[in-house]
Design a protein around this ligand. Structure first.
Ligand code: NA7
Length: 540
């Protein structure tokens, strides 16, 4: 498909995709199948997105590998064999490269190129996409496959430049790896990345100081090699399993939610359910009863249970107490799955610093200054997270209709219709954008849900000679209000989480993902499409 017209109004590509992670790769494949000419821009020198950048020691997906894979091609899934229950980063990256080879994706991906701006021109109906390599390419469809956790963030500590050792961010880890053997290391941050990397760094470091601002709920992942029997079985059932996963709240079938409410169960039955799920490992724990994520009293029971389990892993009671999360309900910050994390605090070379008692003042030449004490270090690891969900989208200077900047429009928080598009920005799609289930679900299921919807949409537009699709302001306002209402009914707003934007000073505190479930959301997507894209304006 190419449009007729003068050179200025002619597109260079039928679609441009920003990012070559799981989302960008599948989007490219689907659009090419439609016969479109597509260019993908990717900052890294290879495919992978999150899994390309997050190469820190211990990096592992917290969704089981048999579910954390594409579900669109039987040939692709049958040709790949996972080795562990939770795949480690190198294995996931190998898988992505296997898919890229299989579909011959790289020929349409321009690597080592960062998209800097995208500007919409209403007259031609085209986006001009600009890159740091000087590209200026026109396209009718611009698709942000930029990921939810891809804008790594180092806090604005004073003195970082003065530090005489080396420092790293988990989300932007050196490809050659880092050897901490015999080194004094400070790790700042105890979210998933800190909790995964700390046990491995502790094995190497001569001394490890861990700076904790928020104690997190963490449970043993229960990682293990996969049995041949389950690998074989999944290869037979994956496509049907994926169909079932789309009908679940989280896009996962490895566990089911218990619908019974906490108060409907006896204390013994609750305890048994919690213990079974805790031992199972993974997010099953959060489904122990129906109101665990909705009602504080119900959540408290699970939180007490979790703290008791965690406490038992730490030898010294005063250290155990510092590691106990009391300031948020369990599950409203991402539950961490660990392998030997809490036991690390029983080692003599590991020290815990509670940043809540005394904040980090600055980085010095010799290390980290906190509470008036200098913690000397040869290396500092920032496991301090991301400007989540909006950081990578707004990292591109996007200008829509009438010169409106997306950064300005979203200054008080992201505004989308269905997490897919934003009023005033025609033909600009977000894959797993804010306002969609995204990070509250199995990302690959949500990515496929969006890519399939966008592909169908673009196919209908182009075959119907419809030039543009744009969310209406009314539909967007209603959707934003709906997401806020659902969040307000849940316990999610009760934590300073990155779901809320609370980890970034000055970022508006708005609950960003859609908490109503992949199943309900999928139903809504289908209804919208079936009703001629209700809530969107279609332009001739
Ligand atoms: P997270 O979960 O955002 O964790 C970042 C950690 O860094 C968290 O403990 C933060 O404390 C801490 N942090 C951030 N800024 C500071 C400052 N200024 N001082 C001290 N401590 C700080 O990121 P991850 O990379 O671990 O995980 C992200 C997701 O990737 C994860 O949820 C999985 O989905 C995969 P805070 O909690 O904000 O008090």
């Amino acid at each position: 498909m190419t449009q007729e017209g003068s050179a200025a109004s002619r597109p260079d590509f039928d679609a441009i995709i920003v990012g070559a992670g799981f989302a960008g790769m599948y989007m490219l494949h689907r659009l090419r199948k439609l016969g479109l000419s597509v260019r993908v821009f990717e900052t890294g020198d290879g495919v992978g997105g999150t899994w390309y950048w997050n190469r820190y020691p211990g990096a592992r997906c917290d969704v089981e590998s048999l579910e954390y894979q594409y579900g669109f091609s039987d040939e692709i899934q049958k040709g790949w064999t996972w080795t562990e229950r939770y795949a480690a980063q190198p294995e996931i990256l190998r898988y992505q490269n296997y898919v890229a080879d299989k579909l011959d994706l790289r020929k349409d991906i321009q690597f080592l190129t960062k998209v800097t701006a995208a500007n919409y021109d209403a007259q031609s109906g085209l986006w001009t996409v600009e890159t740091d390599k000087g590209d200026r390419l026109r396209t009718p469809f611009c698709i942000m496959a930029t990921g939810c956790l891809s804008a790594a963030r180092v806090p604005d500590f004073k003195g970082i430049d003065e530090f005489s050792g080396k420092w790293y961010h988990t989300g932007n880890w050196p490809h050659e790896g880092v050897d901490f053997t015999g080194k004094r290391v400070c790790v700042i941050g105890t979210g998933s990345s800190g909790i995964q990397s700390i046990p491995i760094i502790a094995e190497q470091a001569s001394h490890l100081t861990i700076f904790q601002r928020t104690a997190n709920f963490t449970l043993p992942a229960g990682n293990r090699p996969l049995a041949q029997e389950e690998i074989t079985r999944t290869k037979e059932t994956l496509l049907a399993d994926r169909e079932r996963a789309r009908q679940t709240r989280g896009g996962l079938i490895c566990f089911e939610y218990n619908e019974a409410l906490a108060e409907e169960m006896t204390p013994e039955a609750r305890e048994k359910e919690l213990m079974t799920r805790w031992t199972q490992g993974g997010f099953a724990f959060l489904g122990a009863y129906g109101d665990l994520m909705a009602k504080k009293e119900a959540n408290d029971i699970a939180a007490d249970f979790a703290r008791a389990q965690m406490r038992a892993r730490v030898a010294k009671p005063e250290i155990a107490e510092k590691l106990m999360p009391y300031d948020h309900p369990v599950g409203v910050k991402r539950l961490c799955l660990d392998t030997g994390y809490l036991e690390i605090f029983n080692k003599p070379n590991v020290e815990l610093v509670d940043v809540r008692e005394a904040p980090i003042e600055r980085i010095t030449k010799a290390g980290v200054m906190c509470g008036g004490k200098e913690y000397e270090a040869d290396a500092i690891v920032f496991a301090t997270g991301f400007d989540a969900m909006t950081g990578a989208i707004l990292g591109v200077d996007i200008t829509g209709r009438d010169g409106q900047k997306l950064r300005e429009k979203w200054a008080a928080g992201p505004r989308t219709y269905l997490g897919l598009g934003s009023a005033g920005f025609p033909n600009l799609f977000f894959i797993t954008g804010p306002g969609s289930p995204s990070v509250l679900s199995n990302m690959i299921v949500s990515i496929e849900q969006h890519v399939d919807w966008i592909t169908d949409c673009i196919s209908k537009l182009t075959s119907g000679n419809i030039r543009s699709i744009e969310a209406t302001k009314e539909a967007e306002d209603q959707w934003v209000a709906h997401v806020n209402e659902l969040a307000a009914e849940s316990l999610y707003p009760q934590a300073n989480s990155w779901y809320m934007g609370a980890n970034i000073p000055g970022k508006p505190q708005v609950f960003m993902p859609y908490p109503g479930g992949v199943d309900v959301y999928g139903q809504k997507l289908a209804e919208v499409a079936a009703a001629d894209y209700e809530g969107f304006l279609l332009g001739a």
